[in-house]
Design a protein around this ligand. Sequence first.
Ligand code: SF4
Length: 589
Amino acid sequence: MTDPSIYNVLYIDLTEGKHEVQERRDLFEKYLGGAGVAVKLLEEECPKGVDPLSPENPIIFTVGPLTGLFPLASKTVAMFKSPLTRNFGESHAGGRSAAAIRFAGYGAIVIRGASRNPVYISIVNDKVKIKDATTLWGMRSSYAVGRVLREVEPGAGKRTIMRIGMAGENLVRYANVVVESYRHFGRLGLGAVFGSKKLKAIVIVGTRSVKIDDVKAYTKVYEEIYKEVTETGVMSKYHVLGTSENVLPLNMLGALPTRNLMQARFELAENISGETLAEKYLAKKIACTHCPIGCIHLASLRIAFAPGHEYETLIIPYDYEPIYALGSMLGIGSAGDVLRLIEKIEGLGLDAISTGVVMAWATEAYQRGLITERETMRLRPNWGEDVEVYIRMAERIARRANEFYSALADGVEAAASKYGGLDFALTCGGNEIPGYHTGPAALVGFITGPRNSHLDSAGYSIDQKALVKPMSDEEMIKQLVEEERVRNVLTSLVICLFARGIYKLDRVSRALETLGIRRSLEELMQLGAEIQRAKASFKAREGFNPYNVRIAKRFFETPTPQGRLTEERIMRMISMYIDAADLKDIYRA
Ligand code: SF4
């Protein structure tokens, strides 16, 4: 039998200032943990049609039965109603978050209500306190908040510190939550939900242990996984260059969105590639708890802050997505400039992808005369020319400096609806796009995935396979649906998706068995399908329908490596997806 502490759900009510623990064996036995349990808690806790920035919108964190026990089961799922898309919100982060929640004795934490005054939550095992955060509120940088909390809270080395920056306080709809400085609940605006609850941070310290009944069986499967992770090359790409390795191949294919996707090749890609960053800026690599890979690449950047050789050295995490969004999308071809932007934007507590796409739209809108210096407050954005312009733009977004920046703070869709330029406002389902203009599978995946991003079904990978061995649209859809279901299983456990090549479902089944949880392959796939339906039902309930989604013309203007896409083909594939995923009763044409 698995350690029963996983069944504990900690409910914290910020309006009442109270908390309680309930045993929810019913949820964990059926849905394992992570995304599966979270979507059920979201159904229970989030009333239909609620304003995502109202106290009724819950924040749900979940981990799974493998957390703390198996390598790379290192992530936490956050679920909420997204202030950006106004439907389903899900975001994952690693760092120490998952281990801290599990070793504090919980499988899930649910935050309800809202505080009247700024607070942070401190959880040390079963001691839960809601503490005053008046002095932290108003701090511009999420990094500074972390530094203060490290001083005043216990548990160094065993704690997670999740916090928001200025953007979250000002309810920027794509504000992030920073975890351990270098990891993030990045997408879909969890930071704004924190801000709406006057919740500045959560510190969790877990020092308990987790019981294993059959140590022999557990050790056998653990060692098998550990060996494959560390002694084969399956995961080495994540350690060597990390995800920034993708810059050059995607550029070579003509799939790297550049200058607001006016192009899909960037002539300066070499300068911002993983290879260049590693040679010139890489300082070290670190890992989430219980991960032997260490894919988190940290750059060191020296900035002169005064004459006379006065320097500050910044340590900045980098990955493919921020490099695309704050590099090629803005035409920025200097690695140093991209790093400066990443540091600024993440310090302000903004999601890097959304911010880059928003600023790329603003640059094109300015150049087309849809907005003027009156709106930009005298800034003149011009592709890649002056990074300072984009730094100032990000600051103004984070503080909603005027009506225009406030529209930008509500996302590209909102800004373009007000100022024009929807044809080149690059969102799918209201979420700003990730960096893959690879072909139809990616675009259909952005539209049909519950998070409206590449993370749900990895269409970008299917497109690249189709370049090597051509496949029909039907085959692409079959693979998208299957991948989404498999990912639902992995994220219920909550395994880092970089390890999806290691955690094949038969191995997942064996790992679970060592903890007394018996699930056949078929049962796991069934669970994946059930979670897929639950997420789609939530989206539909909140008004989302992939049949009615706006698809910007720009997607069809700029050719992909598989040629130019057409709206008719994409709509046909969306319909095929709904059939193949058995969602016809949820999404109606
Ligand atoms: S591979 Fe990277 S993101 Fe995944 S758990 Fe390891 S360090 Fe964290």
